[in-house]
Design a protein. Sequence first.
Length: 287
Amino acid sequence: MSTAFVNGITLGYDEVGSGGAEPLLLVHGHPFDRSMWQPQLRADTGRRVIAPDLRGYGASDVVPGVTPLETFARDLAALLDHLGIGRAVLCGLSMGGQIVLEFHRLLPDRVAGIVLADTFAQGETPQGRKERNDRADRLLREGMAGYAHEVLDSMVAPANVAALPDVAAHVLRMMLAAPPEGAAAALRGRAERPDYTGTLGGVRVPTLVVVGRDDGFTPVSDAEYLHARIPGARLEVIEGAAHLPNLERPAAFNRALDGLLAAVSAGPAARTGAAARSTAATDVTKR
C-alpha cells in the first residue's frame, strides 16, 4: 500500500501495472475498501491500475460529519494529480458508481472511459433520504456488526455465501472493519446526492454498465435505465451474482472490463462501429 496526502487528508491506495494506456481507477462501494478490487488489480492490462481507499474507509483518514459525493470525486482527482495522471478510465461499483458519475459531471475531460457497476443515477427520494440518515445514526450508535450481518446475503447472493465462503468472509470483514464515522458520513452525503439522469446523454466516452443478475439493491432495471440513456453504452448482466459481481464472478466481470478497456484503447473511429453493435451484443449477454 502507498499513501498520498491530498485535500488535507491521507489516502491509502494500491497500484499495479504500467504502460502507455490511460490508467484505470477503481472506486469501491459502501461499506467496503480498496481490497474489494483484488481480482481486478492485475498487472497484465497494459496500464496502471489504482485502487484507493475513499476517505472514511480502509487506510484513509476518517472525517466525521457529512461527505458529499463531490468531496469523494475531488479527492480522486487530487490523487490522480498526485500520481501525474491527466485522464483515466473510472470504474465504480454502487456508491463508487455514483462517485464516478459525479467525477464525470465535474471533470468530463479527465474521463477516458466509464464502468458503472451495480449502481443507479436517480436522485434520492424523501423516504430514501430519511432511511440513509437513520442508518447513519444507527451505525454511530451501534457500530457496524449488526448492519454487516444483516446485509451479507444481499451483498453476496445467498447461494454464493455457501458456495464461495472465502468471498463471503472477505465481504463481511470489509464491512466489519469500516469505521462507523466514515460510513455514516458517506451515507449522509449520499442522502443529498443529485439526480444524474440529465448528465447521462452527455457521456462521450466508452461506457460499460454491468450488474449482477440477482442484485436486489440495484436491480437489472437500474442498469437498463443507465444503458438506455448513455450513448453507445454496453450492458453486461452477470449470471450467478448479486451486488458484487466483481468478487462473486470475477472472470466474467474481468472479461467485460477488458472489453471496455479495449474500446478505450481502440480510439474514436473503432468505437463508432462498436457502438452500433452494442444493442445486439447486449441481447446476447442477457440470454
